[in-house]
Design a binder for this molecule. Sequence first.
Ligand code: DQA
Length: 144
Amino acid sequence: MRILIIHGPNLNLLDKRDRSIYGEESLEQINRLIENKAIELGMEVEIFQSNHEGQIVDKIQEIMKSGYAGLIINPAGFTHYSIVIRDAIEILGIPVIEVHLSNIYGREDFRKESVIAPVCTGQISGLGSISYLVAMDALKLLNK
Ligand code: DQA
């Protein structure tokens, strides 16, 4: 099975962001953990990072035709207001898991709302890089 992982804006600079909130790992280190987990689960994983809302929408539309078994997305700041990413996910037709490194419910009020989570299969928030790995386990189980 093949899955796509999307990292949203500013996650490319994770090593410059607040480590007490987002953890110690750089995005490259998280991607290595994801790749190792994919091998363990016998999955093929594609990883995409973008700071641009339209590019994320294009990527979601692209996988509509290509037989992916699931999408894991950390929409980062777009979580809280991107209706266009929400609309793209709503019509995707495969399991989608929204992930966050931090626990968005334990932070500022503006982070407590996700406009995207209601159209996702599920959400995992607050486990650091483990959020992505648990989401991969979930996609594997959902596709059994
Ligand atoms: C984040 C939480 C968002 O509120 C924030 O804008 C991010 C990262 C997380 O993974 O904890 O950039 O999605």
